[in-house]
Write a protein that binds this ligand. Structure first.
Ligand code: TXA
Ligand code: MG
Length: 335
């Protein structure tokens, strides 16, 4: 762990602050930045030493590679060897919550790729981050800005709560609009695209754009064993400390029977006729965009309330539900 430093400073996105933060990034310092998915902990992606600081600050194993964030389409070829499928998806979904895994270019330092022959790249959409990147003039390597294994941050305050002693600069861009990490697709072999992580860009959208099926890498046994293919796909991830129990549907009778109120009950939509400080929901009408946006913040707030356990309902359907349920399953996995 790095030495604790003075409490982190939150910066509003004024021109002067952005210039200060761009300077810090160019000097090899870390800056926590807003993105439309979750907050990231950024360093100059072409500076090996700067990127190594990210691992120390997060307590992240050096074997878990980082995503490179680029500003423009033209920047892609500098970091990755691009194929036609990647061009199709980049044109269709960037800037936005989609990460492409491709063969790397030699300019990308080993710290970023964890020594692999591939690199993960995305072009973020958040306007404030894009202004910062334009001033910085470098691609930014950034994982989610949370201590390794904990729930990803969707506000600047979440970043401060988790990393406030190890990170000095936090750019406040408001709550993340999507609230779930980007979709990751492996396109190293364009004939065999694989979904590594579901997100707001859904499998169906990817399949429509590519005109072929995109199976999950999680279905492959190699990935399930946490091998080569998908280093960050440890089952346990994004976890609150309070044990989490998942249900397809929560039976309201169980909630009413819970007189001690030491269990938190987390619904996707507002349940009828249930109330109390231990009953929460992600979106009043069960809209999944709203639910995704709130998920991590609600898990964090329940986690500090001393509940014995959190019982959460899974999202119905596919598409965005797959991303929400993936995060719930990982948060519920123990060990
Ligand atoms: O939305 C996001 O993707 C956010 C924001 C900050 O952009 N970032 C994010 O980064 O979620 P992180 O590091 O928490 O998750 C990135 C995942 C990790 O599981 C990592 O193992 C995987 O991407 N990854 C990175 N490079 C890879 C590669 N070359 N091959 C396979 N997986 C890779
Ligand atoms: Mg992460």
């Amino acid at each position: 762990m790095s030495k604790p430093v003075a409490r982190a400073r939150l910066y509003r996105g004024t021109p002067r602050n952005l210039a200060t933060l761009a300077g810090a990034l160019r000097r090899g310092e870390l800056v926590a930045v807003p993105t439309e998915t979750v907050y990231g902990l950024a360093a100059n992606a072409l500076d090996d030493r700067a990127c190594r600081k990210i691992f120390t600050a997060k307590g992240r194993p050096a074997s878990d590679p980082l995503i490179v964030h680029i500003l423009d389409h033209a920047d892609l070829d500098g970091v990755a060897k691009v194929n036609e499928h990647a061009r199709i998806l980049a044109r269709r979904f960037w800037p936005g919550p989609l990460t492409l895994v491709l063969p790397r270019q030699p300019a990308v330092p080993d710290a970023v790729t964890a020594g692999r022959s591939s690199v993960a790249v995305r072009m973020p959409r958040h306007p404030l981050l894009r202004r910062l990147m334009r001033l910085t003039g470098r691609p930014l390597a950034a994982p989610s800005a949370n201590p390794f294994g904990y729930v990803s941050p969707t506000t600047a305050e979440h970043v401060r709560a988790g990393l406030g002693r190890t990170v000095r600069h936090i750019l406040d861009g408001g709550p993340s609009a999507i609230g779930l990490e980007s979709t990751i697709i492996d396109l190293r072999d364009p004939r065999k695209p694989r979904l590594l992580r579901p997100g707001a860009i859904t499998r169906a959208q990817l399949e429509r754009a590519l005109g072929r099926s995109v199976p999950s890498a999680r279905n492959s046994r190699r990935a399930a064993r946490g091998a080569q293919l998908a280093p960050g796909m440890l089952t346990r991830h994004y976890s609150p400390r309070t044990p989490l129990v998942l249900h397809r549907r929560i039976d309201p009778r169980n909630v009413r029977a819970d007189k001690s109120r030491r269990t938190a009950w987390l619904f996707i939509a507002k349940p009828h006729g249930l109330a109390g400080s231990n009953v929460r929901w992600l979106d009043p009408r069960g809209d999944l965009h709203g639910a995704g946006r709130k998920l991590f913040g609600v898990l964090r707030s329940l986690d500090v309330r001393g509940f014995k356990s959190i019982h959460a309902e899974l999202a119905p359907g596919s598409g965005l539900a797959a991303a929400i349920n993936d995060r719930l399953h990982r948060a519920a996995a123990r060990g």
